[in-house]
Write a protein that binds this ligand. Sequence first.
Ligand code: HEC
Length: 111
Amino acid sequence: MRRHALPLSVLTAVALSLLFALPVDARDESAVRGEAFARAHCARCHALGPRGASPMREAPPFRALARGFPIDDLADVLTEGVDRRHPAMPDFRLGPAEASDLTAYLKALRR
Ligand code: HEC
């Protein structure tokens, strides 16, 4: 019995840390890339982050989008092209990876 106590607890700890650490890390990295993308392409009109008004008054702050917009639809909206939804915005057509990074970033804003 005693022989198994240590290896089992070590195995459990490793399994648990893999289970919890991996997805969290992946999500955070994706959110970080999404934020960089937003900073480069969206920040001149939309307010990013938890505070502040948008540079362009008509553009909703991203934190408001994060709360009000069905975020899981956002990736579709972004890859489809946002131009059709609101003509004031430049014609964005994101790749699936960019769209999912941006979505991860918006989800992180919601917390
Ligand atoms: C040139 C200014 C400008 C830039 C750059 C810009 N936006 Fe917008 N965006 C707007 C304005 C203005 C609105 C709100 C007015 C409207 O819906 O017509 C808006 C609204 C939105 C909405 C809500 C759409 C809807 O149908 O309700 C989303 C989502 C959005 N923007 C995402 C983005 C993302 C993601 C980026 C960067 C890749 C971006 N925007 C860059 C001006 C901009």
